[in-house]
Design a protein around this ligand. Structure first.
Ligand SMILES: [Fe+2]
Ligand SMILES: [Fe+2]
Length: 320
């Protein structure tokens, strides 16, 4: 036990040096309050996105066209629940609780990714989500495997492996539809037409308008800017769309020899902000369903807590 007041200045110097040397910050290390708060915000938002993201796809489990597709989709949706668990656990290492975070989600004080406020109208949407939404998630998350906060970085390693399976199943589903009947091809194209722009919005606002970006990059929580990652994603998708035999709904999309990247058309940020404000097509539906699922699961949490309590008591007796 220290009798002197802690010298925050020297703690801060140790923290800064660790970040500069690309070392990992671990839960028991000293960290600035703002770093902790920023991580809680980001990891919570990420965790909420994983579990809310189960809804649009779960919508198709009962209507999957074959047993094989149903088994794949069920596995994928379960993976997303698992991602939520790793991430809530990572957030808990920062001194918050899962109850507190879920409460903030349910009361609208914490956000989840806007992409999940769009509806899944046809079976092809399951393919488009896997290919584009999980694809965008991977592009965002691979650099997070090198995030300065240890528990978050380690959670991302496993998440990314599973996301790449999600991306491939979506691609394979779309390829099957694209090579199928005329109606199936049209359904695949329609899904890509609807999911393309919202996927680009997943990288967040342009660099100049991104509220937390600069500080997150200085702390090495974030490794690349929103626009940089968005460009990377577009460059990856263009040849994949060609192989799929589908077109991306952007007349301005073309290769720019000089930049060595694809140019693309303007993003409708007004739409993004509307969805963010709660006015997307499914915002109310998603949060109502989430609250209901939480209430429906109350007995499971109570039973688990009672069981753990009983287990502790018997262990206590055995140890006495
Ligand atoms: Fe996920
Ligand atoms: Fe996923």
């Amino acid at each position: 036990m220290t009798t002197m007041a802690p010298d925050t200045g020297s703690y801060e110097a140790v923290f800064d040096a660790a970040v500069a040397a690309d070392e990992r910050i671990e839960p028991r290390d000293w960290m600035p309050d703002a770093y902790r708060a920023s991580l809680v915000r980001q990891i919570a938002q990420h965790a909420h996105s994983e579990i809310i993201g189960m809804q649009p796809e779960a919508n198709w489990i009962t209507r999957a066209p074959s047993l094989r597709r149903k088994a794949i989709l069920m596995a994928k949706v379960q993976d997303e629940a698992g991602h939520g668990l790793y991430l809530y656990s990572a957030a808990e290492t920062l001194g918050t609780s899962r109850d507190e975070l879920l409460d903030k989600l349910h009361s609208g004080r914490q956000k989840y990714s806007s992409i999940f406020n769009y509806p899944t109208l046809t079976w092809a949407d399951v393919g488009a989500i896997g290919w584009l939404v999980d694809g965008a998630a991977i592009t965002n998350q691979v650099p997070l495997c090198r995030c300065s906060y240890g528990p978050y970085a380690r959670a991302m390693v496993r998440v990314c492996k599973e996301e790449s399976f999600h991306q491939r199943q979506g691609y394979e589903l779309l390829l099957t539809l694209s090579r199928g009947t005329e109606a199936q091809h049209a359904m695949a194209q329609d899904a890509v037409d609807r999911w393309w722009w919202p996927s680009l919005m997943m990288f967040g606002p342009p660099d100049g308008e991104s509220a937390h970006s600069a500080q997150s990059m200085a702390w090495k929580i974030k490794r690349h800017s929103n626009d940089e990652l968005r460009q990377r994603f577009v460059d990856i998708c263009v040849p994949q769309a060609e192989s799929l035999g589908l077109t991306l709904p952007d007349p301005d999309l073309r290769w720019n020899e000089e930049r060595g990247h694809h140019d693309f058309g303007p993003i409708d940020w007004a739409e993004f902000h509307e969805v963010l404000r709660g006015n997307g097509p499914c915002n109310d539906q998603r949060i109502t369903r989430r609250r209901q699922a939480h209430e429906d699961g109350a007995w499971v949490r109570e039973a688990a807590a009672a069981y753990a309590g009983k287990h502790r008591d018997t262990q206590g007796e055995a140890g006495a």
